[in-house]
Design a protein around this ligand. Structure first.
Ligand code: FES
Ligand code: FE2
Length: 420
């Protein structure tokens, strides 16, 4: 039985491994998180600019389609035929006036309404549907979609708070900053990671690992614990923005690296033959050169220097998820800047100089915690107790406790006297 006695610490500084490995937990997440009173990251408006443009996506493990309707608004529905449950749209994207299931050709409009059933009246008076069958009642299950500066979010719930309020001040501002110019999608990357989806939500909120796991970060000064940075959270601590300010560590980068050597964690002497990938063209006037924006439950928006991307977590059961990367720049980027963004894309994705290690870290944590449900992790870097809205240092995993506190609320398993 899953109940609120599961937490060994009231401030979420201990997370039982069972939460990654229990089918009961996963099933409850489908109901209370993916279909719960919150907004999930779906995609970008820039991906469906014209009427009839559609893309397939996921809310948790639930397949969905979003498309631009005849009135210019974006509509969405579950990608599962009302007839016998087949996938209606099998393509990743396209443009279509309507959506026809390949199995028996039931046809749906852009809002998911059922508009055609072949041989509905049968043949020569035999077969077909009962005349009382009401087509209007048998469309696809719809989702509600709203846009925040061109970022699409979706919900199944009619009890959800307004999107801007859900995102909270810091995240809504940061996303507006990233989306201030019209976006141009440059490409996609996909990868399967054999681990529970929540391990990745923790990973993107965890600044502590940033320059320890990722030697590239540390060595080339993309983010180091010696730089100015920290995390901004909403008052409910659902979301987290980890940030680093450019050029704020020791004057001499050798001195900054020495700080790591003192901890006996890094003395790497590898070098890049071509330093081009490190280049940084300042595009924002706040000095933030790295921002990892983790949006509960499934979205991450990143600015790593000039590399911009959205990431969507798509669970595939308890033990695996797909990570879907949408790489973008802006309309109006000149060719040189666009090429630079693509060059910096080599840092991310399944084989990225930085991101490759996150996939591995999730997998080794998942594997080693299986069948260890009673054991738990320690999340105490940056202190325990009440969770602050802002952290001004980088040796911290405080936002992970924020993630778990909101998770516990949604799942109905908040400990008595829980501290958040
Ligand atoms: S399952 Fe889609 S038309 Fe039959
Ligand atoms: Fe990482």
């Amino acid at each position: 039985m899953l109940d609120n006695s599961i937490w060994p610490a009231k401030d979420y500084s201990r997370v039982p491994f069972r939460l990654y490995h229990d089918q009961e937990v996963y099933d409850l997440e489908r109901e209370r998180i993916w279909r719960g009173p919150l907004w999930s990251f779906l995609g970008l408006e820039a991906e469906v600019p014209k009427i009839g443009d559609f893309r397939t996506s996921f809310i948790g493990d639930i397949p969905v389609v979003y498309n631009r309707g005849d009135d210019g608004k974006v509509y969405g529905f579950v990608n599962r035929c009302a007839h016998r449950g087949s996938t209606v749209r099998r393509e990743a994207y396209g443009n279509a006036a309507d959506h026809t299931c390949i199995y028996h050709r039931w046809c749906y409009d852009k809002k998911g309404g059922l508009i055609g059933v072949p041989f509905r009246r049968g043949v020569k008076g035999q077969g077909g549907l009962d005349p009382a069958f009401d087509q209007a009642q048998h469309g696809l299950e719809t989702i509600r979609i709203e846009s925040w500066h061109g970022i699409l979010f979706a919900t199944f719930s009619d009890k959800v708070e307004p999107l801007e309020q859900y995102l909270g001040g810091p995240m809504s501002n940061m996303l507006a900053r990233i989306m201030a110019r019209p976006v141009k999608v440059l490409g996609y990357q996909r990868q399967r990671i054999k681990g529970n989806w929540k391990l990745y939500c923790e990973n993107t909120r965890d600044q502590y690992h940033g320059s320890l796991l990722h030697q590239f970060h540390m060595k080339f000064g993309i983010t180091r614990v010696t730089q100015k940075g920290g995390a901004w959270m909403d008052t409910r601590h659902r979301h987290s923005i980890s940030y680093t300010r450019e050029d704020t560590d020791a004057q001499d980068s050798a001195q900054a690296i020495a700080a790591y050597a003192d901890q006996k964690v890094a003395e790497s002497d590898f070098q890049l033959k071509d330093q081009g990938i490190l280049g940084y063209k300042q595009e924002f006037d706040d000095g933030v050169s790295l921002a990892i924006c983790s949006i509960f439950p499934n979205g991450t928006f990143q600015q790593i220097r000039n590399s911009m991307a959205a990431r969507q977590v798509r669970p595939r059961g308890m033990d695996e998820f797909e990570l879907y990367w949408t790489i973008f720049g802006y309309e109006g980027d000149d060719e040189e800047l666009e090429m630079h963004r693509l060059l910096q894309t080599n840092m991310i994705g399944p084989a990225g100089f930085i991101s490759m290690e996150d996939g591995e870290a999730v997998e080794i944590a998942h594997r080693a915690t299986m069948l260890e449900g009673e054991a738990c992790s320690i999340i105490e870097m940056g202190g325990g107790g009440k969770i602050p809205d802002e952290i001004t240092f980088k040796v911290s995993d405080v936002p992970l406790r924020g993630f778990w506190s909101y998770y516990a609320e949604l799942m109905g398993i908040e400990p008595e006297g829980g501290i958040r």
